[in-house]
Write a protein that binds this ligand. Structure first.
Ligand code: HEM
Length: 507
């Protein structure tokens, strides 16, 4: 008879042996064994997990330190290489790259069936062919009024905010961008800007999710389990769920729309302007009988949710940083105001994107803000394939995960002198082509940002109106509050949130 101790010890010893075997293989027999990098990282994924979870978003800054020691190619996990050279960036994310998104990262968003999380190139191409026209420059120009309406509301909300209370600009800009994107994509905004002090549960919920994203990555069963709880039970427990309840509410609302339009496509005719469902819920394409397949209900839901999230936090954050950096430098603030005043003498007159996008200093401010905001800071992981590749002279077998953080381009001091400083003037030289090549906040290649035309329209309109129509003053925030960020897919600045006092501009 075996004792209980032996029965328990045997599988544990087996697992330990298996783990030791894997570590030995990773160190001595793995095809990447000769690539430089810390031995711990080569041996086990625990290295990466430690910086992601225990240090909480600390992997990128560790990678930055390690590249100084190991050079431009580095093994950062048993099957993962990280690069720090512009040539590698354009090979991994180049227009003709065949590398695919790594499911380990993209499945943790629990948005199956969305353009953002799709890994199969064919499925992805099919989806983007359908929705790209809705985000083309022509579509944005046609729907500029939708964005403009929300910008007008934003300016008036800021002017009418209680004067004795500084505005938390972190939430203010996020509420504005949530209302723009939901209005543009779904034809109905979430009224985030109506929330008292801009504390609306939807952007609050996005922030909560950002902070637990790496938990979802390493414990991938949690989120799908929560999502799979039947609606009736969710309704019962939702008062206990805080901001998660708000996200669930949004899901319910969006599902309601989807079901309505799936049941009766003609209901779309009553919508004020073109929305995403005009593109995704169409039974016929190019004439009767030429039927196209409508995506599943889950895929429609994921697409709508990912667009509202990808389209709000990124724009909100760029406006937030841009406003802080401009106000933090009186010379920059004065120059921008002067440029806007000259181009737009009567601030009560309507002015559109066509004028704002031609202003050199506003453009310089936005590019510099995108450079220091980065967009997404996590090195975007791609799986090499279908064959092997040669990157910076290193043979990389198919199936290897490769990436390069965009911060390595944005902070390259050979291209951007004093890279950590906000200097719009650097963009006012005759030839900016090299800097443009190194400015990739929207990523690059087949998986680059699908919403960048809309993003630019929002940036021109929001920032143009804020700096022309308002006078702003920083409250209780300094540049030190923006010195460091955690890498939580997007950058999460750890300092005090930037607050400002806002008044209507005098002229
Ligand atoms: C300043 C604003 C924005 C920045 C900096 C930004 C940045 C990015 C980046 C870096 C990616 C690549 C992510 C990855 O490969 O994992 C991306 C993808 C994406 N973005 Fe944006 N984005 C912005 C605004 C928007 C807006 C307004 C929308 C809404 C329509 C949007 C929708 C998407 C989608 C759907 C993808 C996935 C594309 C794909 O995989 O094919 N983004 N964005």
């Amino acid at each position: 008879m075996f004792s209980t101790t032996v029965i328990l010890a045997a599988p544990c010893a087996g697992l330990l042996l298996l783990e030791l075997g894997t570590v030995c293989y990773n160190l001595f027999f793995h095809p990447l064994r000769n690539v430089p990098g810390p031995k711990m990282a080569a041996a086990t994924n625990l290295y990466k997990i430690y910086y992601d979870l225990i240090i909480r978003g600390g992997l990128l800054s560790q990678i930055e330190k390690l590249h100084k020691r190991y050079g431009p190619v580095m093994r950062i996990a048993p099957n993962t290489l990280h690069f720090s050279d512009e040539k590698a960036y354009y090979q991994i994310y180049g227009a003709s790259s065949t590398f695919t998104k790594d499911p380990e990262l993209y499945s943790c968003f629990a948005m199956n069936g969305s353009s953002f999380t799709m890994t199969d190139p064919e499925t992805h191409r099919h989806r983007t062919q359908i929705i790209n026209p809705f985000f083309s420059r022509r579509a944005i120009i046609e729907l500029e009024g939708v964005v403009q309406d929300k910008v007008d509301k934003f300016i008036s909300r800021l002017i009418n905010h209680p004067k004795d209370r500084a505005i938390n600009m972190f939430w203010a800009f996020r509420c504005a961008s949530v209302d723009v994107i939901t209005s543009y994509v779904l034809g109905q905004d979430f009224q985030a800007m109506d929330a008292e002090y801009f504390e609306h549960p939807f952007p609050l919920g996005i922030q909560r999710q950002v902070h637990v994203l790496w938990v979802w990555k390493y414990f991938p069963f949690i989120l799908p389990t929560v999502m799979a709880i039947p609606e009736r039970i969710m309704d019962l427990i939702s008062p206990l769920l805080g901001t998660l309840a708000a996200s669930l509410n949004v899901r319910k609302q969006v599902i309601g729309h989807i079901d309505k339009y799936l049941a009766d496509e003609k209901a779309l005719e009553g919508v004020d302007h073109e929305i995403i469902w005009h593109h995704l819920i169409r039974k016929e394409k190019g004439g009767v009988g030429n039927a196209v397949q409508i995506p599943t209900r889950q895929s429609l839901l994921s697409e709508a949710l990912i667009l509202t999230q990808a389209g709000s936090d990124t724009v909100g954050n760029t406006c937030y940083l841009a406003t802080f950096y401009v106000l933090n430098n009186p010379q920059v603030y004065a120059t921008l105001k002067e440029e806007l005043r000259k181009a737009w003498p009567d601030m009560d007159a309507n002015i559109g994107m066509d004028v704002l996008e031609k202003l050199p200093y506003l453009n310089a401010v936005l590019k510099e803000s995108l450079r220091l905001g980065h967009g997404v800071v996590t090195p975007l992981p791609r799986v090499v394939g279908p064959g092997s590749a040669d990157i910076l002279g290193v043979h990389v077998p198919a199936g290897t995960v490769v990436s390069m953080g965009v911060t390595f381009l944005h902070y390259d001091e050979r291209v951007f002198l004093h890279p950590y400083e906000f200097k719009p003037e650097r963009w006012l030289v005759p030839d900016t082509s090299e800097m443009e090549h190194y400015l990739r906040p929207f990523s690059n290649g087949p998986r680059m940002c699908l919403g960048q035309n809309l993003a630019w329209a929002e940036l021109y309109l929001i920032m143009g109106h804020v700096f022309r129509k308002l006078d702003l003053k920083i409250h209780n925030t300094t540049i030190d509050d923006f010195k460091e960020f955690r890498e939580l897919f997007v950058p999460s600045f750890e300092g005090r949130p930037f607050h400002a006092f806002v008044e209507k501009a005098s002229a």
